[in-house]
Design a protein around this ligand. Structure first.
Ligand code: OXD
Length: 309
C-alpha cells in the first residue's frame, strides 16, 4: 500500500518516520516529478499545487493535514472527484480552546488596561465587567467550535453559537442561518470566528455584520483571514465601535509588512498558531482511517463537496 506525501513547507521527514512507526506496511513516498502518483493508494497533502492534485484521480482518498480544506477546494474542478478527508480534532481542539479562552479572559479581566497602567506606574483597580453581559458568540459550531464553547462554559460565560443549519448544544443559545444572524450578533460581546472558508463565508464578517455587534465588542478570528473584511474591521476599531481584535489568521499570510494591522495597538496578532497540527496524533488518526477504508468501513471527517467543508 502506498501513500503519497506532500507538504508545502517541505517538512516531510518526521511524517515519514511516524508513518513507518505506526503502519510499517505503508510505503510513504514524497511527491516529485519522478513519482507516478497514479500508482499510489492514498495521498496526504498540505498546500498542494494544482499539478499534483490533477494526478490524484485514482487514489482512494486524499487526506488533508489540517482542519481547513479551502486551500484544496479553491481549485474547483481541478480537484479530482475522490473522497477528501480532513483531520478531526487530532489535538487541535484543546489548543483552540486555550487560545480563545486566553483572549476572552484578557478582555474580560481587562489585562490590556492593567498592562498600560503598569507601564505608567499606575496602581488602580478597575471596575469588573459584568459577566452576564459578557456573552461570547462562536460563529461555526463544528467539532472545534463546540470544544471552544465547552471550555468557555467552565468559566460561566453566557454562550451562543451561530451555524448554517440549526443545532442544539446544551447550555448554548443556538442561532442558524442568515435570518438569525442579526439576533445572534446583537447579543454578542465577543465574536469568535471559527467558520470554514467557502464562497459563502468569504468576507462574511464585514462592516454590516460588525456594526450589528454592540459598541465595545471584541473580535477573535482563529479560522481564516478571508472571513473578515480587513478594511472594515480597521475602520470600526478606529471609530471605537469594536474595542479590540485578536487575530491569528489573515487574508494574506504571512501578514505583509507594511500592513495597517501591525501598527494598531488594539489588534493583537499571532502567526496562525492557534491550533498547530500535532503530527503524532494526526498520523495515528490517518492510519486508523486508512485501516478502516481498507476494511471497507466508513470514516469520519469526509468533506461534503457541496458545502465545501
Ligand atoms: C488548519 C490550519 O486548517 O492549520 O488545520 O489552519
Amino acid at each position: 500500500m502506498r501513500l503519497l506525501l506532500y507538504r508545502a513547507d517541505g517538512n516531510t521527514a518526521p511524517w515519514v518516520r511516524d508513518f513507518k512507526a505506526q503502519l510499517p506496511a505503508l510505503d510513504v513516498v514524497e511527491w516529485s516529478s519522478r513519482i507516478d502518483a497514479s500508482a499510489c493508494d492514498y495521498a496526504l497533502v498540505w498546500g498542494a499545487p494544482p499539478e499534483l492534485l490533477a494526478q490524484l484521480a485514482s487514489v482512494k482518498a486524499i487526506f488533508v493535514a489540517g482542519a481547513g480544506v479551502d486551500a484544496l477546494f479553491k481549485f474547483g474542478d481541478g480537484l479530482p472527484d475522490v473522497p477528501v478527508v480532513r483531520l478531526g480534532d487530532a489535538g487541535m481542539g484543546v489548543q483552540m480552546a486555550e487560545y480563545v479562552l486566553h483572549a476572552v479572559l484578557r478582555y474580560f479581566r481587562r489585562f490590556d488596561d492593567y498592562e498600560n497602567q503598569a507601564r505608567d506606574g499606575v496602581w488602580a483597580p478597575l471596575a469588573l465587567e459584568e459577566k452576564q453581559a459578557f456573552t461570547v458568540g462562536v460563529m461555526g459550531t463544528g467539532a472545534l467550535g463546540t470544544r471552544v464553547l465547552d471550555a468557555l462554559g467552565h468559566f460561566g460565560f453566557p454562550r451562543r453559537g451561530w451555524s448554517r443549519t440549526a443545532k442544539h448544544i446544551d447550555g448554548v443559545d443556538c442561532f442558524a442561518g442568515a435570518g438569525e444572524l442579526g439576533a445572534f450578533l446583537a447579543g454578542t460581546r465577543v465574536l469568535v470566528c471559527m467558520l470554514p472558508l467557502t464562497p459563502d463565508t468569504n468576507n462574511l464578517v464585514d462592516r454590516a455584520v460588525l456594526e450589528q455587534l454592540p459598541r465595545g465588542a471584541y473580535l477573535i478570528n482563529v479560522a481564516r483571514g478571508a472571513l473578515v473584511a480587513e478594511p472594515d474591521l480597521l475602520a470600526l476599531i478606529r471609530s471605537g465601535h469594536i474595542a479590540g481584535a485578536t487575530l491569528d489568521v489573515f487574508r494574506n499570510e504571512p501578514l505583509p509588512s507594511p500592513h495597517p494591522f501591525w501598527g494598531e495597538p488594539r489588534i493583537s496578532i499571532t502567526p496562525h498558531i492557534s491550533a498547530l497540527t500535532v503530527r503524532e496524533d494526526s498520523v495515528r488518526q490517518i492510519v486508523g482511517k486508512i485501516n478502516a477504508l481498507e476494511r471497507g468501513e466508513p470514516v469520519a471527517d469526509v468533506v461534503d463537496r457541496t458545502r465545501g467543508y
